[in-house]
Design a protein. Structure first.
Length: 326
């Protein structure tokens, strides 16, 4: 009797598994599709794709090394789903100028960073774009979660756009995914009276708290009490420097003489001038205060990133397609 029940249970399990089908319609990552499924999606009009670069580097004792890759992948998926009929290419987990191996960065003695030279990174971007264009994609968007490599992504996108335009494929560099986002996040922190930080601080820690599959998987609980290096800049100093920077950008865009540039510092985690009376460096890979990070703040940051990406992509696409139709 027991054997009979076991056979019935096993039969039911096999039957239910057999009828469980993957819903290809909901998949946006091309690495999770077969080539025939991808071919069908292309025929059905899924001819837009995002190339989002990640990275592997130290991010303090609290955040895992693969944060850039995980965040880039998650954000790209969200953008793709908001845009509709858009896919996501495999995320490159190696960046340019990872902090642990770049002697010009203040955290150059931390282990775990994996980087490639800028020229090699650019060649990888060119190869990715070229491969996707040959597959039949018509709108290819290049972006990155890591500061290193932004210039190379822009150059690669522009070069490939020139190569493929005549064949009906356009290539775009999505600057706002990284550049505008950091400014918007710092303004959010300023307006909410939260510490404006740099590497491994509020931005990354909060986002990873929200995205991690289970508590402690991507952000260790010690983030609440850990030591960190301050940015060396008060919120009002950041705001003054930002206002000057924005005024300069507006003047340059209008063809006017820009006002004088601000001194060193900014929302990107600059430490400002060295203070001889400051406490000894903690030097654990974090610049700024991550201890006030929360999942709720992380969700707000994700909304900023995704909205910036979607807005710029729609704008650039509409402008280029309008020009092409003239």
């Amino acid at each position: 009797m027991k054997n009979t029940f076991a056979l019935v249970a096993l039969s039911a399990l096999i039957s239910s598994t057999a009828f469980a089908q993957v819903n290809v319609a909901n998949i946006v990552d091309i690495e999770l599709l077969t080539h025939t499924e991808l071919s069908q999606k292309l025929k059905d009009g899924w001819t837009s794709i995002l190339i989002a670069a990640g990275g592997t580097e130290e991010r303090g004792p609290q955040d895992v090394l693969g944060g850039h890759t995980m965040m880039a992948h998650s954000h790209a998926d969200m953008i793709a789903k908001k845009l509709g009929k858009t896919l996501v290419a495999p995320v490159l987990p190696i960046a340019v100028n990872a902090t642990g191996l770049n002697a010009s960065r203040e955290m150059a003695d931390q282990v775990g960073a994996i980087q490639m030279p800028a020229d090699v990174f650019k060649q990888v971007q060119l190869a990715q774009i070229d491969s996707l264009a040959r597959s039949g994609f018509k709108d290819i968007y290049v972006m990155g979660d890591h500061g290193g490599g932004q210039a190379e992504m822009k150059e690669a996108a522009e070069e490939m756009d020139k190569k493929w335009t005549s064949k009906g494929t356009r290539v775009y560099y999505v600057s706002d995914f990284y550049n505008k986002t950091h400014d918007d996040v710092d303004m959010y922190l300023y307006e909410h009276k939260l510490p404006i930080g740099g590497h491994g601080a509020m931005l990354e820690t909060s986002i990873m708290l929200y995205l991690e599959p289970m508590p402690g998987a991507w952000v260790r609980p010690m983030y609440k009490t850990m030591a960190f290096d301050p940015t060396g800049q008060a919120p009002e100093q950041w705001k003054t420097a930002r206002d000057i920077r924005m005024a300069r950008q507006a003047a340059i865009a209008a063809g006017q003489t820009p006002p004088p540039a601000a001194g060193r510092g900014g929302g990107g985690g600059g430490r400002g001038a060295a203070d001889p009376n400051a406490a000894p460096r903690v030097n654990n890979g974090v610049t700024g205060d991550p201890t006030k990070s929360t999942k709720e703040i992380g969700k707000d940051f994700i909304d900023i990133i995704v909205n910036n990406g979607v807005t710029e992509i729609k704008k650039m696409t509409a402008e280029r397609h309008a020009m092409s139709s003239r």
